[in-house]
Design a protein around this ligand. Structure first.
Ligand code: MG
Length: 157
C-alpha cells in the first residue's frame, strides 16, 4: 500500500467554464488556469503521483507547454493512471475535499464520483468527494477561488 496527498487552488476568473471533478457546474465564473482549471483533478493527480513517488503535476505537465493550454484535466489524469499502471499500481480508494464558498456543490457530488471512479478504475464507493465552505474565512471564504485536497491509497500488484 502507498499513500499520497495532493493540494491545489485556483483563482476565479470571469468568462470561463467551471469544471470540478470532471463535471461542468453552472456558475457566473470559472477558474483561471493554463488547463481547464479542474482543481479537484489537479489535487487528485498530485496525490496519485505522490503515492507513486513520481513528483508532481507541474513537473509532468508544465504550464509553460502550449500542448496543455485549455486541456481537459481528465486527459492529464489518464496519463497519470498510465504511469501508475506501468508500475503495477492500482487505486484502492480516494478521498477528496473541495473548499468553496460558492457555488453549492452538493447536487454535483454524485456525478463527480462516477466520473472520477471511472478514470481511477475503481467503484464509486471507493471515491469519496466532500465539499465544505470555510465559513467566509480565507481566500475560498471570500470567494476568490476554490481549493481542493486529495488523499489516495494505491495497491502494488
Ligand atoms: Mg492546478
Amino acid at each position: 500500500m502507498l499513500i499520497g496527498q495532493g493540494i491545489d487552488a485556483h483563482r476565479f476568473a470571469p468568462g470561463r467554464r467551471l469544471v470540478l471533478g470532471g463535471v461542468t457546474i453552472p456558475h457566473d465564473q470559472g477558474l483561471a488556469a493554463h488547463s481547464d482549471g479542474d482543481v479537484v483533478v489537479h489535487a487528485l493527480c498530485d496525490a496519485l503521483l505522490g503515492a507513486a513517488g513520481l513528483g508532481d503535476i507541474g513537473h509532468h505537465f508544465p504550464d509553460t507547454d502550449a500542448a496543455y493550454a485549455g486541456i481537459d484535466s481528465r486527459i492529464l489524469l489518464g496519463r497519470v493512471m498510465e504511469a501508475l499502471a506501468e508500475r503495477g499500481l492500482t487505486v484502492h480508494n480516494a478521498d477528496l475535499t473541495i473548499a468553496a464558498q460558492q457555488p453549492k456543490l452538493a447536487p454535483h457530488i454524485a456525478a463527480m464520483r462516477q466520473i472520477l471512479a471511472a478514470d481511477l478504475g475503481c467503484p464509486p464507493e471507493r471515491v469519496n468527494v466532500k465539499a465544505t465552505t470555510t465559513e467566509r474565512m480565507g481566500f475560498t471564504g471570500r470567494g476568490e477561488g476554490i481549493a481542493a485536497f486529495a488523499v489516495v491509497l494505491l495497491e502494488q500488484s
